[in-house]
Design a protein around this ligand. Sequence first.
Ligand code: PLP
Length: 376
Amino acid sequence: MKIQMVDLESQYKRIQLSIDEAILSVIKNTQFINGPQVSLFAGNLADYLGGTNVIPCANGTDALQIALMALDLQPGDEVIVPSFTYVATAEVIGLLKLVPVMVDVDPDTFNITAELIEPAITTRTKAIVPVHLFGQCADLEKIMKLAEKHNLFVIEDTAQALGAELIFSDGSRKAAGTIGHIGCTSFFPSKNLGCYGDGGAIFTSDSDLASKIRMIANHGQDKKYSHKYIGVNSRLDTLQAAILDIKLKHLNEYIAARQAVAVVYDERLTSVEGLKIPCRSRLSTHVFHQYTLCIANGERDRLKDYLGSAGIPSMVYYPIPLNQQEAFRSIGRITGTLEITKKLCGSVLSLPMHTEMDPSQQQYIIDKIVSFFAAN
Ligand SMILES: Cc1ncc(COP(=O)(O)O)c(C=O)c1O
């Protein structure tokens, strides 16, 4: 059997009956746009997250764009983002003629921290977009305190961490995406809660902001043909909502399966010299959207090729720091040297990680990694 980064087919087969039934019922009902499954799913996701407003939309990139549009920012206002993230986080900032200000990340968690953010704050700074990269929360407790001090909005990019929980210093917990003023997520198929196409959602506990976001996602309408804001057309398809509502019931099981895969990787890889296994933050649970190693001594690309020739896929998330991307050269601003981001782009390697991992395949992957380093 072929080893895959993500095995969506096997995952589908386990729930095939209920998924097929749900898809068929949407087709028969023909309410493809804003059918009842959309609000049903939004309500169930809100409950899962511990109570918030959930506004579904077309994808995670739109979610971030709509969130920013709802904050009345002015061209030239600055928004702080990590330099080590997927392009979508910063792209929407540029699209709205705002200035993405890129800050470096912590070398262990791969996330931005309050300490790294503070020196980047200026009088033009209006918002921070922390990303919970690879499935683990950034230190939102401290970031929220910093934001309060400087009167900034916080938009959590929770695309990779739905289901993770921030652990506060008093031991209490809150779902990723519900701690900042707004949370954004993606239901891209390979995400921890993925649909069978594109999908996304925006979270906020502020009901005024929620109704504004709802309007912006729907052409800025407060009622039909009455347009209060310039908006966009960004909807979650009824079909996708029906699929997501079924998969949501399995989300905790999916997370547990990913965590179990991570434990097996950890057990054998922790003692391998030349690589670093993912850190487990004290401040967050880890839902392992990715299992990402750091490979020392410039050996990352050689290991990737070696695994590839043994039939093992692996991925580099992300190979180029955002600040080095041509698209951001004229619009972005950087703070500090962004040395850690540069180092990570040259050393990270994500291994196959999904809910259907075959134990013998995983041992084969581990054996190959161990033998690569033993031969060096
Ligand atoms: C961190 C992060 N932000 C935003 C997005 C954008 O989500 P989408 O692909 O649904 O637009 C992604 C998706 O890959 C992501 O990983």
